[in-house]
Each structure stands twice: as C-alpha cells, then as structure tokens.
Design a protein around this ligand. Structure first.
Ligand code: GLC
Ligand code: GLC
Length: 645
C-alpha cells in the first residue's frame, strides 16, 4: 500500500471525528501540530503491528482520542514542562544529574514520610528519584509491587493518590525529577482485567495469553528461559477460575499482557498517560524485553517489541513530551543497545557496566571490562546511560561470551566462578552474598546482596579487621566514582550511600523468604542517617567520600555533556577512560581494581599532549614530560586538563 497516502487519509478521517471540546483553541493547535508531526511514524508502526486486522482503523481512531483526552487532562504546569523539555531535550545529560532509586516504605515509611525526607535528598544532591512501584497490588507477595492491580491507585500501605500528587509537586519544587515504573508487560491477577478474564469475559481473556490446554504453551516453552525457577518451573500457570493456562513469565500472579491485541495497546496507553499526568519525567519500562511473543523464538527482544515501544514513545511525544523512557533490558549487551534511541528509550540502565564492575572486583583484571566498554559503551548522543552498581534486583552476568572468548575466558565457567565468588563458596573472597534463582536443571544462578556486603564490608566488620574494612570502603567509593564520571546519569540505590549491610530478616517473612532479592531491600532509618555522620565509622567514610565525588561531578561540566573514550592502560588491574567536552576540557579517570599498588606511565594513558593534568582527588599533577603514576589499592584519579568552568 502507499503508506503516505494512507496515513494522510486516515488522519483526515480521524480529525473529522475527533472530540477536542475539552481543550482551548490554543491547546487544540498544539495538539494537532504534534499529532501531524508524529502521525506518519505512529501510523507506520501500528500498521506494521496491527495493520492486518479488519478493525485496525477503529483502534487507531480510539487511540488518537485517548491521546487527546490525556492531553486535555494534563495540567498547565506540566504542559509548560513539555515545552521546556522540547526546547532543551538533553536535560538528562547534565552534570547536575544524580539519581536515586528507593522503595517508599523502606526509605521513609510512606509517601508523607518521603516528602519529609526531601531535605535529605537535596542535601545528597539527588535530582532524579525513581520510586519503586507504589501502585495497588496483591497483599503478601506482589514481587515488590511489580504485580500491579490498579495503575491509578496508590497502594494504601503507602498513602493516598492525594499524597502522591503532593509529593510529585514537592519534588518538582525541590528540583527532583520523579521517575515511576511503567509495568506494562504484565498486570497482577487481581487487576480488574484479570478478574474479568477469570470470570470468563472473553474480551478480557483476549487481554492475556490464555490457553485451554498445554499444547501450545508446550510449543512455546521449548525456546523460553525461566526467570524465577526457584519458585515455579516454566512460563505458564494454571488458572482454576477460568480453567485455562495463562502466560506468566515471572510469578504465577503476574499475567503477561497480549500485545497482539490492539485493545491492550490502547488500554495501556491510557494508563501510561495517567502516570505521565502525575508529573513523572521518566517512565521505567519494566521487563520491556518480554512484551512480544513469537512462536519458535525465546520471546525476548523481538522486532515487534521495539515497534511497540516506539509507538508508545510516539504517543508520549504527542500527549506528554516531557516524559522520557528508561529501558530496563537486562539482556545480552547487543540487545540492550537496540532499545536506546531518541525515538524509543532515551535512557537505559547499563547492566553490562554494572555486571563487569563486579566481575572486575572479583578478578582484579580489567581486560573484559575495557574491551566490553570499548565495544558497547557508545550510544546515540541524544540518549544517556543510567549507570548503577546495585539495584533492587539480582546481579546477572550479562557479558558477551564472544568478547570473553577472545580473551580465553569461557563464559559458562566464568559465570560459575563469579557466582561462587559472590555467594561465599570461593575461598578468599571478600564478598558476602546470596544465590538467587538457582535453576535445579542446570545449576544456573544469579547473585544478591547489598553493595557494602558484596564489596567486603560485612566480612570486615564481622572479623573486626581494619584492612578488610579499609579495602571495602575504598571499593565502594571506587565503584561509585565510575558511575559518577563515565557518562550518563549515576543512579545510587538507596542505602548504598550509607553502606548498609545485607538484611536477612526476609528469611523470617513467609511472603518474602523464597525471594532472596529482599536481602538487599533494606530499610533506611533516621538512625542509619545519623550513624553515617559519626566521624571515622566506615559508614561515615563512605558517606563523606561520596559527597566529595558528587560535589566534584556537579562542579565540572565535563561530567555532563561530553564524549567518553575507553582507554587501554595495558595494565591488568587498571581501568581508564577519558571524557572530553565540546570546549576541549578533558577528564581522565583511572581506577585501580586491586588491593596492590599499581604503576602506569603517563605516556600509556596519552597524557603527554602538552597539558598539565591535575587530579581532583589528590595533590597529584601530571606535567607534559613522561612520568610514572602510582595508584594505591583501589585508588581513583580524576585528572582534569583545565580550570573549572
Ligand atoms: C523487573 C523488575 C523485577 C521484577 C520483574 C517483573 O525486572 O526489576 O524486580 O521482578 O521486572 O516485573
Ligand atoms: C531477569 C530478567 C530481568 C529481571 C530479573 C528479575 O534477569 O531478564 O528483566 O529484572 O530477571 O530478577
């Protein structure tokens, strides 16, 4: 078909029937402008996904009305934000950006409590706050809120919708961008759609993947991974209300939505705009790799998953363009990159950097990190990484086996080693972690634990060993220095800035004990914050050390918009990269990943270019003449070639 002619015809027809009565004339003009701009792309994407259906146009028309309604309900303040962001879209690349992710209840009890903690966030320098899912969800196990029963209702253990509205405003006033989860791969089995499906309503059964018998599921199953094999085998669960098998990639109470049905796309778009209109500035696309299923494949990272996300992106550009997407693709590095684009996800977690930081702490060998970053760090200049060291989930060893293979490292064996190293089964390891998701069939597992415990602080304190403690503190600071300087938004996992240790109390809780990820989901009490102020304690050294690094990041624009070049230091334990800003300011970062001193020549690092380089973290100065640099155990240098701007 002639797609250009068709989109124009469709748009004309849609505009004739479109109800814009809730908008002022000026707003109508803005909406129509954006619609005109986005429609060719949106139309092409939806034709690709749904064009074969006889009722395609019906759903297209309904979608545009949904966008118009969402735009109508958007507050004036947020519409102003839309304009501001459209004028300066790269806000997330600023050196001032600093992220934190937290659970509302663990961090502050409830939403009101969180509002009272805003001064703490401001003091820490936070400008981006990801609140873990705070929506209504089943009592007991709800996968930490990732089983959503109602996107429009705050979980009553955390407060009310009004509390969230107030918090959203208060955060905006404090200069903190609110980030919410968009859990769009699945709903809980208590969501009204799921309840209707259970009751036999066919319209809603078509919202999910439901099967009368195991025949088709078994065909799919041949190619699927198991995400939580410790609690349930396979990817389908029997629902005894409807007498059907339901696709459940994660837990049996998380029902995968069926995006082959355009009604689902439209309904979820409506929920997405509701979240956008709460005032969040980024939506975290939870489990986005799984949203499209294709028989005979592993049903991850399918081409149509990308088309769907681009279509959602286009919808936001029309109705709420201040909001960007953050990709949560914890998959092969080559697949992670495919989600990152201005027209798909502007932001993305960087799981490869995260996993390789832990890998390198274990091996004290930076080759895999250096080569992998040389291959995969560069992304579109319109986008940004969200760099993190720990999060609420497990650590999966997502490096590229081909890159490892080139270095003579066998991926399978190496993952086994890393799992052992971080779960107390490797003699001499500094880490205290817990195995997660052990697959009884193949022995596969992932790793859980708080940053501080995995970095050795738990062991150091237990053994009352000053050297172990000192190394642990230095490791914690070094890994944070990387996420703060390598390029992108650094995302601190709440509690890590206070060096909180593993919390084993989940073992006593029936709704949590089967899910070891709770070991790193730790309450942050006032006492913890106070304790970090007590001079000389490891917690205090972490907190104050971090404050120094954060302060420097915010002071120099080279930490913001700049390009990154990963340098090969030809030295097993050293990791180095250079950031260069448009004005020529450069920052060379070097980290020593071992507990032994390391030496490197300034020539190897490329420092002999006539500039003088000043370490921002020590008195070291490097002049143009060749010179040997010495790094203490786990020392970081941030060498800057020019004056602050
Ligand atoms: C994401 C979340 C994880 C959750 C899963 C299912 O990966 O980070 O915590 O279990 O999605 O929603
Ligand atoms: C798997 C998934 C990821 C999810 C995690 C939860 O790694 O790929 O999306 O966050 O499991 O543990």
């Amino acid at each position: 078909m002639d797609i250009e002619r068709e989109y124009k015809r469709s748009l004309e027809r849609i505009l004739t029937g479109l109800d814009l009565s809730g908008m002022s004339k000026r707003e109508q003009a803005v909406f129509i402008d954006r619609l005109n701009e986005q429609f060719p792309r949106l139309f092409a994407l939806l034709v690709e996904i749904y064009g074969q259906r006889y009722d395609f146009f019906y759903y297209l028309q309904q979608l545009v009305q949904t966008l118009a309604n969402g735009f109508t309900k958007r507050s004036n303040v947020l519409k102003q934000k839309d304009n501001a962001r459209l004028a300066a879209p790269h806000w997330y690349q600023d050196e001032n950006m600093l992220g934190m992710a937290c659970y509302v209840d663990l961090f502050a009890g409830d939403l009101k409590g969180l509002q009272q903690r805003i001064p703490y966030l401001v003091e820490t320098g936070i400008t981006y706050l990801h609140l873990m899912p705070l929506y209504d969800s089943p009592k007991g196990d709800s996968d930490g809120g990732y089983a959503v029963s109602d996107y429009r209702k705050v979980n009553d253990t955390l407060g009310t919708n009004k509390d969230l509205e107030e918090l959203s405003k208060a955060l905006a006033e404090a200069g903190i961008s609110l980030v919410l989860d968009f859990v769009f791969n699945h709903t809980s089995d208590e969501h009204p759609w799921a309840l209707a499906a259970k009751a036999g309503d066919q319209k809603y059964q078509e919202f999910y993947y439901m099967f009368d018998d195991k025949h088709v599921p078994d065909e799919y199953e041949k190619h699927l991974r198991e995400i939580f094999p410790q609690v349930r085998r396979g990817n389908f669960s029997w629902d005894s209300d409807s007498n059907k098998w339901v696709w459940t990639t994660f837990n049996n109470f998380q029902w995968d939505l069926n995006y082959t049905n355009p009604a689902v796309f439209n309904a979820i778009t409506d929920e997405m705009l509701y979240l956008a209109n709460l005032g969040c500035e980024a939506l975290r696309l939870d489990a986005l790799a799984f949203i499209w299923k294709e028989m005979g494949t592993n049903c991850e990272n399918q081409a149509k998953a990308h088309s769907l996300i681009q279509a959602f992106n286009s919808c936001l550009q029309i109705a709420a363009p201040a909001v960007v997407f953050k990709s949560e693709a914890i998959v092969h590095p080559d697949e992670v990159l495919k989600y990152i684009d201005k027209q798909e996800c502007q932001l993305s977690y960087n799981p490869l950097l995260m996993a390789l930081i832990w890998n390198t702490l274990a091996t004290r060998d930076t080759h895999l990190l250096t080569e992998s970053m040389q291959k995969s760090f560069e992304i579109s200049p319109d986008c940004a990484w969200v760099n993190y060291v720990r999060c609420h989930d497990d650590i999966g060893w997502t490096f590229d086996d081909a890159v490892a293979g080139q270095q003579g490292v066998n991926g399978y064996d190496h993952r086994r080693f890393l799992n052992q190293f971080y779960t107390g089964r490797f003699e001499g390891s500094f880490a205290t972690g817990v195995a997660f998701g052990e697959n009884p069939s193949n022995g596969d597992c992932r790793v859980c634990g708080s940053l501080a415990s995995l970095a050795g602080l738990e062991q150091g304190i237990e053994q009352n060993n000053a050297t172990l403690i000192e190394h642990a503190v230095a490791r914690i600071l070094m890994v944070h220095s990387i996420i703060l300087s390598i390029g992108g938004i650094p995302l601190i996992y709440s509690g890590d800035e206070l060096a909180l240790l593993n919390d084993y109390s989940y073992e006593q809780d029936d709704s949590k004990k089967h899910d070891e990820r709770w070991v790193q989901r730790i309450p942050v009490t006032d006492a913890d914050i106070q304790a970090s102020k007590k001079k000389g304690t490891p917690q205090n050294r972490v907190a104050t050390g971090l404050q120094t690094l954060i302060g420097l990041r915010k002071q120099y624009s080279v930490f913001g918009q700049a390009s990154t070049r990963i340098i090969n230091p030809h030295q097993n334990a050293l990791f180095a990269y250079q950031r260069t800003a448009k004005d020529g300011t450069a920052l060379l970062a070097i980290c020593n990943f071992s507990e032994h001193k390391q030496k490197v020549s300034s020539v190897t690092l490329g420092l002999g270019n006539g500039d003088v380089w000043q370490d921002l973290l020590s008195p070291v100065r490097v002049s143009p003449a060749p010179q040997e640099l010495e790094l203490a155990p786990y020392q970081v240098m941030w060498l800057l070639n020019s004056q602050p701007v």
